[in-house]
Structures are given as C-alpha cells and as structure tokens.
Design a protein around this ligand. Sequence first.
Ligand code: RB5
Length: 150
Amino acid sequence: MAAPKVALASDHAGFVLKKGLLVALESWGRTAIDLGTDGPDPVDYPDLADTLAKGLADGEVDIGVLVCGTGTGIAMAANRHPHVRAAACHDVTSARLARQHNDANVLALGERLIGAETAKDCLKAFIETPFEGGRHRRRVGKLSRRPVLC
Ligand code: RB5
C-alpha cells in the first residue's frame, strides 16, 4: 500500500511548529505538502482549515496536520466539513487514541501550548497508529451524518 499523503497548514501562530514538523516528516522519509502560511503576517485559521479540507476531499491528501496557537480554532473550523475528523491533541496518548478510536484524519496542534518535541511525538503516533475498527466503526460513521436533535 502506498504511504499516506500528508499535508500541513497553519495560521501565523503555528507556522514555526509547522516548519519543524515538516523537517521531522522528511527525516522519517515521508514527503509532505506545505499548504501555508509561511510567516508571521496574520491570517485567519478557518481559511487554512478550508484549504486542507479541500485537499482531503480531492484525494490529494490522506492525513492532515493543522497548527494554530492552541489547536482549538483550526480544529473547530476543519470539523465544519463532514469528511474531516480533526482531533486537537496535546500528548501522545490523545494522538494515538484519536486514530485508534476516532479514525481522525487531521491532527490539530497548538504551538503556544505544547513544545516541538511533544508535537513531533504526537505526529509520529498519529501517522503510525491504525484505526481499530470494530465497535468504533459505527460511532465514527455517525460523525458524518446530519446531526439529529432529540
Ligand atoms: C491567533 O492569535 C489565535 O487565536 C489562533 O491561532 C488560535 O489559537 C485560535 O484558536
């Protein structure tokens, strides 16, 4: 099976960490697409989340990494798209479980909250951990349906 295609995007509060993650991916022998942003000029995190969501929808990307100051806003924006399952993670355990139980296809990280080494560990766990399936598949399937209020 071909290696999953990884793409990264960030706002101005996450571009330094994003660059470090790109270097880490390359050191692990993985190629990755950098969707921006590239500097400290302010940009709006929903726009970067939309760009990544389009890549996932088009099949150009299998796994996404989003970085903003906290990982919260950019994950919220990405999750507006029904095909996106973005998990804001702060440690290896949350990153691993986001794959095992939630089949997350986007890892969201906060440059202002976690260190570069922890972020790299999260990314490694995220890209190397498979979805467990089984009892989790039905629940994950319900994530992309139209929400039901009852
Ligand atoms: C930008 O200042 C900051 O609000 C943004 O990166 C993010 O943390 C929002 O959730």
